[in-house]
Structures are given as structure tokens and as C-alpha cells.
Design a binder for this molecule. Structure first.
Ligand code: GDP
Length: 491
């Protein structure tokens, strides 16, 4: 029957084209299957090969994850300092992600490090962070196991202090120890956005043959989106082509697979959406992140820039002086339906939102369109590893991803995740200089992918790490970012 067919179709959609498995945690993680009712149709579909590899990764995570015999043996090796590279202990090797910095940074890191785990057949374990905020924000992505690094992890707190200078760092092993890992219990991959070129050699690691492949434990620190850099490695290119026939779908598909907000965050998302955004004809997101010194004070030029961008790109209607003019009849009485635009503003300050809202209060729009502005929170100051603060940030990032069009701020990973999760090609604002609004104020981004702030600046075939070259011209689908000349993004 038609009804039954519709039911199976909606069931099929809830699984996002096979990205998700059915029947997993429906009550404890409602967002996983409910998000389809809030989102537009999938901008990109997962390839059958990606789906196959995800199922294999889930099996690996279950077979080797915390609580299993192989995990206990592996962590015992790490604890006891049984050293040296080993081939294939239980077929389980691990990638531990040190999660740090703001939420946008952490979401980019988790998603792209998951891709790295997939490419290198490692079990991904995520450090829940200093404040243990991860479990408050995201559900477990893999059925029947956990991705949270157990609290009794043998390296305890010490591993969070690992830095470039650590003897175990990849750069040190390659440059100063000619690849010798004797006496080492693990390798440390330092891929912070400001990592040295030597440490960025990880991107070019020749996978099957290198010492890295034989180390059971790898610990990675990154605060940025490492996916574009992986495309430079000849060892991964064929696999990446099979996983992602369309290169601009990497974050979109992997984040949809991996990052499901917890019930508490999802409740914040859906209540807000249903109250303020659902009934509009169009939803515009404006993400405001002011990154320069003194950013906590209102900046007129940033407001000017936002308005110049929304006007130039026809995202918001202009206003007319209405002094003394008779306002229009209400829509129903006038017999005409006026379109309603809801504008979701996010930012730490309320000042920008208040100004734009006041503009549309004091003056009429040129086309009669009804414009309403909403901002869920204004936290004033960024906080680190604070659960309630992070939950608001997570809810706002998700709300941004539910808009139809989006304006985001230069350099901000918060904004990157907002548009990329929604599969939206944003209007990206340029970074202001000398306290003036740049001209042009913004540009339409070439893809919905986030920008990587720490990709390699050398070719994998040459590995000349001391000469910086323009890597944005080496591959057809990896280009310099619109907002950061040294950043790279997939297109
Ligand atoms: P980035 O610094 O802009 O790259 O973005 P991050 O998300 O990595 O770090 C910024 C942090 O500041 C967030 O995690 C939040 O804690 C806070 N923050 C910045 N902008 C907003 C916002 O619009 N809403 C909320 N709730 N928090 C924000």
C-alpha cells in the first residue's frame, strides 16, 4: 500500500542512505534517527564502499575496543613498557585522540581523525577531555562498544602534556632517530594547526611500510581538520577515491555518521527550532565570531561588514525610511502573503543581533518581507571544558546547520562546522583589517567543506620540509581556502 511504502521510505531516509544502522540506541540517542525530520534532503549520498568500510570499522571497534580481551592485552603492553614495534597483536591497533580547544576545533578534529583511523585500520579512542564534556555532547557512534578512552588508560594524565618536543613525536622519530622506535611504547602524532613541518610528515607516511604502521599505539593531538592533507599521500589516494567519489562530501558524510547530539543537546536544538525557525519561509544563519584583540567590545565595522554582505548577496532585504508613512495592512487583510524570513544569529555578544533587530523594528523592509531575528545565547566570554557552556555551543552549531543559507566568520571553526554539517556552501566573511570592513565583505565559498589550518606545505613525493610551496595547486580538488591563504580545503 501507499501508506506502507511511505513508511518504509521514511525509515530508509532516517538511515541516511545506509550511513546509519537501524535499531541502535533509539531512546538514549533520539537525534540519530530524528535529525532527518529537521534536515533538508541529503546533499550528498554515501558511496556503497564508504558504507562497507563503516561497517568494517564498527566491527573493529567492537572487537578491539575497551573491555575486550585484545584491549586489555594492548593496554597491558603499554603499561608494562613492553617495547619495540610489533606486527599485528590480535589484529588490533589504536589511535588515541587528545581532544582540546573550542568545540568547533574538536568536532573538526574528531571527524577527520576518524577518517585517518579508517584509512589506517586503527581503533579510534577519544579522550573525553579535561572536563569530561564529550559524553554530554555526543552519543556513542559505534554500536556495542565505546569510543571514549577509558579512565584507567595506562598513560594517565601524562599523555595530555605530550608536545612536539616529546621523544615519541613522529617528527623526532623521523628526523632525529632515522625512523628507529626501539624502546618506544607509542608514537605521538603532533598535528596541532601550528605543528612543525617535520611533524606534518605524518601526512606523507608511507603507510604499510613505515614504523608507524607497526606501532600498536598511536596518540594524536590535533585541533584542526586533517582531511585535506590526507589526500596528498599517494598511499591513500585510491582508497579515498573509492570512499568519496565526490571530494566535497567528506565532512558532510562523516559528521552525519559520527556526531549525534545527546538527548539534552538535541532537546535544546529541537525546542528552539520548533519555537522560532520552523514556520519561516526561509531561514538565514549568521555566525559572528570576532577573533581580534578587544573582541569583547562591540565593533561597528563588523556590524557594517555583516550588513554589507547580506545586502550585496541579497540575503536580507534593505530598509526604507518610513517617517510619517502609513504602515501596511496586516497580511491577511491586505490579501497578500508576505514572506517571512527567520534569522538565526549566533555569537558571544548580543550587540550585533540587537542592532539588526532594531533596524527592522524601526524601519520597514523595501519589499514588505517580514524579518525576525533570534539569538539563542550570548555567553560573552569563551569558556573551556565547561559542560553547560559547551552544550549551548553544540546546540547552536546544530541550529546553524539547519538553516537554508548561512553567513559565517573568517577563520572560525565554529562557523565551519555550522555550514559543513548542514551541507551548505556558506557566504564567508573575510577577516577585517585595520578596524574596517573589508571590501568585498564576503564571498560565496567554493564548497561546503571546512578549511584545514595545518595542512602540509610540501609535496609527499619530495618531502622537502624546509621549503614552503603552494600546495593548493597540486591536486584538482584541494584548493587554498577563501578566508585563509595558507589553509586548504576540499572542493
Ligand atoms: P573558533 O575559535 O571560532 O575556531 O571556534 P571553537 O568552537 O573552536 O571555539 C570557540 C568557543 O567559544 C566555542 O567552543 C564556545 O565555547 C565559544 N563560542 C564562540 N562562539 C559562540 C557562539 O556563537 N555561541 C556559543 N554558545 N558559544 C560560542
Amino acid at each position: 500500500s501507499v501508506g506502507a511504502q511511505r513508511q518504509t521510505e521514511s525509515k530508509k531516509d532516517a538511515l541516511l542512505g545506509g550511513l546509519l544502522l537501524p535499531g541502535f540506541d533509539e531512546q538514549t540517542c533520539a537525534s540519530r534517527y530524528q535529525s532527518v525530520y529537521y534536515r533538508k534532503n541529503m546533499t550528498r549520498q554515501p558511496s556503497p564502499y564508504l558504507i562497507k568500510r563503516l561497517r568494517e570499522q564498527e566491527a573493529l571497534q567492537r572487537r578491539c575496543g575497551p573491555g575486550t580481551e585484545p584491549y586489555m592485552r594492548a593496554s597491558e603492553r603499554l603499561r608494562s613498557g613492553q617495547t619495540g614495534a610489533v606486527d599485528d597483536v590480535d589484529g588490533c591497533s589504536y589511535l588515541v585522540l587528545i581532544s582540546y580547544r573550542g568545540l568547533g576545533n574538536r568536532m573538526l578534529a574528531i571527524t577527520s581523525v576518524f577518517l585517518y583511523a579508517l584509512l589506517t585500520n586503527r581503533v579510534l579512542l577519544v579522550d573525553p577531555g579535561y572536563g569530561n564534556t564529550l559524553p554530554d555532547l555526543f552519543c556513542e557512534p559505534f554500536p556495542g562498544t565505546t569510543w571514549a578512552l577509558p579512565l584507567d588508560f595506562p598513560l594517565e594524565k601524562r599523555f595530555r602534556q605530550l608536545d612536539e618536543a616529546a621523544p615519541e613525536s613522529y617528527g623526532n622519530v623521523v628526523v632525529n632517530r632515522s625512523g628507529s622506535v626501539s624502546g618506544m611504547r607509542f608514537v605521538y602524532l603532533h598535528l596541532d594547526h601550528a605543528a612543525s613541518p617535520a611533524n606534518r610528515l605524518v601526512y606523507c607516511d608511507n603507510h604499510r611500510e613505515s614504523f608507524l604502521h607497526r606501532m600498536q599505539w598511536a596518540i594524536i593531538r590535533t585541533d584542526q581538520y586533517m582531511a585535506p592533507g590526507l589526500f596528498f599521500n599517494p598511499a591513500y589516494q585510491e582508497e579515498l577515491d573509492r570512499l568519496f567519489p565526490l571530494k566535497d562530501s567528506v565532512f558532510y558524510l562523516l559528521s552525519r555518521y559520527l556526531l549525534h547530539p545527546t538527548n539534552d543537546v538535541w532537546g535544546m536544538v529541537t525546542r528552539y527550532y520548533n519555537s522560532y525557525l520552523r514556520d519561516a519561509d526561509e531561514r538565514l544563519g549568521i555566525q559572528i565570531r570576532v577573533l581580534f584583540a578587544g573582541a569583547d567590545k562591540p565593533a561597528q565595522h563588523v556590524l557594517d561588514q555583516i550588513l554589507a554582505c547580506t545586502s550585496r548577496e541579497h540575503l536580507l532585504p534593505g530598509v526604507v525610511t518610513t517617517e510619517g508613512a502609513a504602515p501596511q495592512l496586516p497580511p491577511a487583510a491586505a490579501g497578500a502573503r508576505r514572506s517571512k524570513k527567520a534569522v538565526l544569529v549566533t555569537g558571544l555578544s548580543a550587540w550585533y543581533h540587537d542592532n539588526i533587530r532594531e533596524m527592522y523594528w524601526k524601519s520597514a523592509t523595501v519589499d514588505g518581507e517580514v524579518v525576525s531575528l533570534f539569538q539563542p545565547s550570548h555567553e560573552e566570554h569563551q569558556q573551556w571544558y565547561h559542560n553547560k557552556h559547551d552544550m549551548k555551543a553544540a546546540a547552536e552549531i546544530y541550529l546553524l546547520s539547519l538553516t537554508d543559507k548561512i553567513v559565517t566568520s573568517a577563520w572560525s571553526t565554529f562557523g565551519y562546522v555550522g555550514y559543513a554539517l548542514g551541507g551548505l556552501r556558506p557566504y564567508l566573511m573575510f577577516i577585517p583589517e585595520n578596524q574596517t570592513a573589508p571590501d568585498p565583505p564576503c564571498t560565496r565559498a567554493m564548497s561546503m567543506e571546512p578549511c584545514s589550518h595545518g595542512a602540509p606545505s610540501f609535496e609527499c613525493t619530495r618531502k622537502e620540509i624546509n621549503t614552503i610551496i603552494n600546495t593548493g595547486v597540486l591536486l584538482p580538488h584541494v584548493r587554498a581556502c577563501e578566508d585563509i591563504s595558507w589553509g586548504l580545503k576540499l572542493t
